[in-house]
Design a protein around this ligand. Sequence first.
Ligand SMILES: [Zn+2]
Length: 380
Amino acid sequence: FDLLLVPRPLLRSTICGCTFSHYTLNYTPNLALLPIDVHVSGEHIQAAKAFLELNGLSYSVLIEDLQVLLEEEKREMIASRTEERNTRIFSYAIYHTVEEVKSTYNSTLRLYITSLMPYKHFKSTGGNNRPANWINFGIHSREWIGPATGLWFANKLASEYGKDPSVTSLLDKMDIYLELVTNPDGYYFTHNENRMWRKTRAKYSGNLCIGVDPNRNFDANFAGPGASSNSCSETYHGPSVNSEKEVKAIVDFVKGHGNFKVFIDMHSYSQLLLFPYGYTSTKAKDHDELNALSKVSTTALRSLYGTPYVYGPILTTIYQSSGSSIDWAYDSGIKYAFCFELRDTGRYGFLLPAKQIIPTAEETYLGLMKILEHARDNPY
Ligand SMILES: [Zn+2]
C-alpha cells in the first residue's frame, strides 16, 4: 500500500459495491457523511484516481507513501527496544510484541494483578463474581494503540489503588478484566508479516482468503447487513457465529461469569465513542442514558489535550455493522456497552507514532473512568 485516498464529502451509497482496480469497497449505505479512507497500492493509484474523478468524487491524499511510515515505525521500534533492554525499565511509551506483553505481566505487574489466563485476560482483584467491567484491546490486530493503551491502564489502575479514592472505591466494589491482546495470532502477524492485518488468522477449507473479522463474528444479527460473506473482505463474518476462538473465548468467559456490568471494546482509529446498535437503526432502550454518559465521557477525555470525539450509536455515527461485540454484549444484558475508536483521525491512522501512546492512554483513561464510575454508582 502506498497511498491513502479520502473521498469527501461522500454518501457511502454512491460507492457501495463499486470496484476499482482490484479493490472492492463493501460499505453499506447509510446516512453518515464521514469520509472513507482507502488504501491503494502504488500500481493502482492512477486507476483509482481516474475512477474517483470519473464518478465526481472529490478526494484528498492523506498519506503520500505508507511504506515510509512503516519503515519509520520499524526503525523507531528497534531503537526504543534496544534502549529498553539496556535500561531494564519497561517502557509504556513504545509498542510491544505479544511476548513482551506477556513477560511484563509475569514480572512487574504480577504483584498487583492476578493473571487469569496466560497473557490473555487479566483480573484486577479477588472475589467471586463481583460486579465486573470488561475491556478488550486489539481485537483488530493492526490497531496497535489498543494493547499499548491497555498496558498503561493496567499499570495505572494497579498503582493508583489505595491512593486515588475513585480507583480505590471502584476496585473495592467491582472487578476489572482487561484482555490486552485479544487477537494474538493477528497481532503476531502484524509484527512479523503484514503490519496492516486486521482479521484473525483462521483458515477454512473452501475459503479463498485467510482470516475472519472477529468484530463481525458475534451473535448479533450475524451475517446481516454490514458484514461480508466474502472471505477476502476485511469485514468477513466467518463461517458461523463464534467460529473464531478469540470470539468464543470472550463469549464463554463473559457468559460464564454472568455479572458483567460494563463491556468495552477498544479500537482505533477515528476518535469516536460508539454504543449499540450497529445492526439496526432502532434505538437501544437505554439510548438516552448511554448518549448522556457518552457526552460526559468524551468531555472528560477532551479536557486533557483537547482531542475531539464524536459519539452516538454505531449505525448512525459510522456505518451499519452486524455481529459486533458491543451489540452482542448489550443484547446479552450488559447495559454499559461501548466501543472506543482511539486516536487519530487519519493523519497516521493505524501507524500512530509511539510518542502518542501515553497521551492517548492518559486522555482515554479520563473518559473510561467516567463510564466505570457511572456503572459503580448506578447498579442494575
Ligand atoms: Zn477495529
